[in-house]
Design a protein around this ligand. Structure first.
Ligand code: ATP
Length: 329
């Protein structure tokens, strides 16, 4: 199958800053692909390289099997939804959605019909006459999405599109975006620094750090089988154990990741530890253990008995929960 997007050793350096550094990447057609990483890790630059707003300083990009070199953004069959939505405040919603078509000289009747169809897709039918200022944040976000979808792109790029929304609305839009993406079959490439968002929405995730991809895989892969300390640490809140602690707990002398929810307390066997802190999180309680000077977090589901700070407890974990990551620092 021809990938929707293919990067071969793509770099984008700005002077001495290696924003994107020798990245290899293949995004499949119809995939919901998330680029996840901390601020400054190169996600947005990657997106801009796909869109054509940025040119690689080295390497090669293909979009659906065709070289992107020398192809301007408007001829790439790719559209972008920006974090700030970039709506024109003086134009009504329909004209905002139809703006690109107007520029291309599409007739008014056709433009308005397409705009209304796109607004229906994002559940805003009949909102065409409103101005952006008369919409809520979530509705503005939908208009920005409709404006991108009206061009029927093969690839839709989304740069932290839910970043400006409050938590409830963000969760609702996460669900809706996922449903919409599957219904339309368009390849979505989604940039976020929110690991929960990437895990819940994406078919596959690329984890970025310092301009490089640390790991690409399904959410399950990334969460259960992190390849590096960075990935284990950044995705979820894993206990990253140094080799001497892993060995003390019965494994080989390697770095290891142990998820807090995979540890249980109160068994007769297991290892002894001191409780150094507890904190109630609502749906669970986090208990911090001190094991030979190393802090290990345990997540107890609500309803389980919570030990006191200072108490001595025993802890154990399910068989495959200790995930080894090699000896390299
Ligand atoms: P964020 O989540 O904060 O948007 P990001 O992962 O998207 O971060 P990028 O915006 O791709 O990161 O930036 C990667 C690095 O490249 C940063 O160090 C940034 O300062 C630098 N950079 C990006 N664009 C430029 C530019 N036009 N000129 C100089 N440096 C740049």
């Amino acid at each position: 199958m021809i990938p929707a997007v293919k990067f071969q050793k793509v770099s984008r350096h700005f002077g001495t800053v290696r924003a994107v550094d020798a990245v290899d990447l293949e995004i499949e057609p119809g995939e919901f692909f998330a680029m996840l990483g901390p601020s400054g890790s190169g996600k947005t630059t990657c997106l801009r390289l796909i869109a054509g707003f940025e040119q690689p300083t080295a390497g090669h990009i293909e979009i659906f099997g065709e070289t992107a070199e020398g192809v301007p953004p408007y001829r790439r069959n790719v559209n972008t939804v920006f974090q700030d939505y970039a709506l024109f405040p003086h134009l009504n919603v329909a004209d905002n959605v139809a703006y690109g078509q107007m520029i291309r000289g599409v007739g008014k009747a056709e433009r308005l019909r397409d705009a209304e169809a796109a607004l229906e897709m994002v559940k805003l039918p009949g909102y065409g006459a409103r101005k952006p200022g008369q919409l809520s944040g979530g509705q503005r976000q939908r208009v920005a999405l409709a404006r991108a979808l009206v061009n029927k792109p093969k690839v839709l790029l989304l740069d932290e599109p839910l970043g400006a929304l409050d938590l409830k609305l963000r969760e609702q839009m996460q669900e809706e975006l996922k449903v919409l993406q599957k219904a339309l079959g368009i390849t979505f490439v989604f940039v976020t620094h929110d690991q929960g968002e990437a895990l819940s929405m994406a078919d596959r995730i690329a984890v970025f750090n310092e301009g490089r991809i640390m790991q690409t895989g399904t959410p399950e892969d990334i969460y259960r089988r992190p390849k590096t300390r960075f990935v284990a640490d950044f995705v979820g809140s894993s206990n990253v154990l140094p080799p001497d602690i892993t060995r003390r707990l019965g494994g080989p002398a390697e770095w290891a990741s142990l998820r807090p929810e995979d540890i249980h307390l109160g068994s007769d066997t297991g290892h002894e530890a001191q409780v150094s802190a507890t904190s109630f999180l609502g749906s669970a309680t986090r208990v911090t253990l001190d094991v030979a000077g190393e802090k290990i977090n345990v997540l107890l589901p609500s309803g389980t008995p919570v030990p006191q700070q200072g108490e001595s407890v025993r802890f154990a974990w399910s068989d495959d929960a200790l995930h080894l990551m090699g000896t390299e620092a």
